[in-house]
Design a protein around this ligand. Sequence first.
Ligand code: CTP
Ligand code: MG
Length: 168
Amino acid sequence: MKSLLWAFWYILPAYFANASPVLVGGGKPIDGGRFWRDGRRILGDGKTWRGFAGGVAIGTAVGVFQYFITPSFYGSFRTALLLAFALSFGALFGDLVGSFFKRRANLPRGHPAVGLDQLGFLISALAFAYPVKTLDSGQIIFLLVVSPFIHWGANYFAYKMGWKEVPW
Ligand code: CTP
Ligand code: MG
């Protein structure tokens, strides 16, 4: 039980990084409006530089905040900072890869892709963070199971708050 709560504490920067572009994103798209050879956008207008940079900054800040609450969990400030950055960068990088595949599957911006939308960012975040600090396999399975529900809940909340056009 306790180790599952630590898994949640560990992944928190990735959740914040993934969620914050809804509020801080906008402006220039990362793909610069360019098209892939299939004639569709490379990533689409939903992936912006501001969303990416803002998400990495917010996720990393969450990790710094967490260090001051539970320093012994991280061991050192350097580890906490590196972990939060790796989780946040990994989450948003995975999100870009997901959108790349969505565009190749001819899904328009904002169209749901069940599985990819909820787990792509998470798997990428875990992969980037693994060299910094590891979880055991039970903790990883726990995160894979609960994250889709947290993702759906957070998106529904953002929709109800009027931050998002669609509840997914
Ligand atoms: N966002 C952003 N920059 C990013 C990621 C997200 O600006 N790197 C913003 C966009 O306004 C986006 C919103 O956050 O519409 C929600 O993100 P997400 O659901 O990941 O994007 P979608 O619009 O659903 O686009 P896609 O179909 O490519 O997933
Ligand atoms: Mg979406």
